[in-house]
Design a protein around this ligand. Structure first.
Ligand SMILES: [Zn+2]
Length: 481
């Protein structure tokens, strides 16, 4: 996902805004406030990091951050336009001791940092509009290729190859034990409910249908696929779930091979610990996996790993910026649901925010050097991070368990670790995330034509006149395709 300053300018077509109809509408509408009047409602919700109870755990020795980028290119413009989607996700391992050694002057030595990190990238290519496998529809071609890309994207860091499909089966099973099959809520072809499918696929059990089904159909990405036009959203959703499953691949790898090490890691994902769109029901699977992991670790007397999502953009990051000067350095803010409904999302007071998507809860943290981080952190030992607001007979809110710090015993260690790894390379970012961002970035600008040419060449199409030889392939270690 892009950093804030990578966005295109918002002040484009200024002339349009001069139309009387637009001016009149703008006077009717309200937008989020950019000023905070009386900041009491903020001050009441902030706590110094030092006052939070810390669970017993070893100091983190490593961080692994995940990020991804995606790009849809038009291999043949015009009608019918032929489109191909690319996804690149990366996990970057950073040795915290080596990193801090590199960082003791307050400046980051890039060669030291290079030595402290290991990068793993996973690439996929997905069909877009008007690209077909032999004899099947565009939508079914997308399903088949999406499934193939998950099965072929694998890591070997823990011995035996472990694919994104294995990670998908694992969140349907339990730590160290992938489920042997999972249930699709419906067959993508005939819509029949509750179809069971194994990691290698299957067929619909309805005799009149018997069409092929895939484990990745559980993510329901095909529901948003369009046969004609752009599939940017479908591609972004596929990338987001791949990032989260790559993270599970690493957590589960440590759990299987060396669970003690898991307690010493911080796992950082780009964006909130949440799943959006048709795949949102997966949040329950991530929640189940996490609570079983906490339990299994506790039985061995190990602390759970640190798991955190960091947001680089969006309405909560914008909100954090607005209230920034009212939060002192080294303080964390509890974003309880009444606050979120009233000040961030403009919803009714009893609106159940976060019900369907989240497996972690959001906090705003102001670092020791005054940067604002918007993070999501899971409950320990599991449980829903958001609950329906409770209101007593006099109309006051009752604090629900998910809004109490005691249910987030990893929060303090997480924020202290992020504080150590801040960077000024990007605003409100930490080093491992910035590294994962650059490792996962697909070539933009002129480089975009590399992807276009690749698509044209592999589809046997006439190629654009830019010489392919001008570009060198990226020098990443690649896994999968
Ligand atoms: Zn069917």
């Amino acid at each position: 996902m892009p950093y804030d300053h990578e966005r295109a300018s918002r002040i484009g077509h200024v002339q349009t805004a001069l139309s009387p109809a637009i001016i009149e509408a703008m006077e009717r509408w309200q937008t989020p406030s950019l000023e905070v009047g009386d900041p009491t409602h903020i001050k009441d919700r902030i706590t110094s990091l030092e006052s939070l109870v810390m669970d017993e755990r070893p100091n983190p020795t490593f961080a692994i951050a995940f990020d991804g980028s995606n790009q849809e290119v038009e291999a043949r413009p015009g009608y019918p336009s032929v489109r191909v989607g690319y996804i690149q996700i990366a996990g970057v391992y950073v040795d915290i001791f080596k990193f801090l050694g590199a960082n003791n002057s307050g400046l980051v030595d890039s060669r030291q940092l290079e030595r402290a990190q290991i990068t793993q990238t996973v690439n996929s290519v997905l069909p877009g509009a008007n690209v077909f496998l032999n004899g099947i529809t565009g939508r079914d071609s997308w399903r088949a290729e999406f499934d193939r890309s998950f099965a072929e994207s694998e890591i070997t860091d823990f011995g035996k190859a472990f694919s994104l499909t294995d990670a998908l089966m694992t969140i349907h099973g339990k730590p160290g034990a992938p489920a042997s099959s999972l249930t699709l809520s419906k067959c993508p072809t005939c819509g029949a409910p509750d179809q069971r499918v194994t990691a290698s696929g299957g067929v619909c059990a309805i005799p009149e249908c018997m069409e092929k089904i895939y484990p990745t159909d559980v993510l329901r990405g095909y529901e948003e696929f369009t046969e004609d036009g752009e599939n940017a959203l479908t591609l972004t959703r596929a990338m987001n779930i791949a990032e989260r499953l790559l993270l599970i691949s690493y957590i589960d790898g440590f759990y299987r091979v060396e669970p003690r090490m898991l307690s010493q890691g911080i796992f950082i994902t780009d964006g909130p610990l949440a799943v959006y769109g048709p795949a949102a029901p997966m949040k329950s699977k991530f929640l189940d996996y996490w609570s079983q992991l906490c339990l299994a670790m506790d039985q061995r007397d190990f602390a759970p790993p640190l798991l955190v999502g960091i947001e680089k953009s969006g309405r909560f990051v914008d909100h954090a910026r607005v209230i920034d000067r009212h939060i002192p350095n080294g303080h964390v803010m509890m974003l309880d649901t009444p606050y979120v409904n009233r000040y961030v999302t403009n919803q009714k007071p009893d609106h159940y925010y976060g019900k369907d998507e989240f497996y972690g809860r959001r906090f705003i943290y102001k670092t020791s050097t005054g940067e604002s981080l918007v993070v999501t952190v899971p409950r320990v030992p599991g449980g829903h991070p958001y609950e329906k607001p409770r209101i007593d007979s006099s109309g006051d809110f009752i604090q629900v368990p998910s809004e109490q710090y005691q249910f987030y015993p990893t929060l303090r260690a997480t924020l202290e670790t992020l504080d150590l790894m801040q960077t000024h390379l990007y605003p409100n970012a930490v080093i491992p995330v910035a590294l994962a961002h650059s490792a996962s970035s697909l070539p933009l600008g002129t480089g975009r034509s590399v992807l276009t040419l690749l698509a044209q060449r592999s589809l046997g199409m006439p190629q654009d006149s830019v010489a392919l030889s001008r570009f060198k392939p990226p020098r990443n270690r690649q896994v999968g395709r």
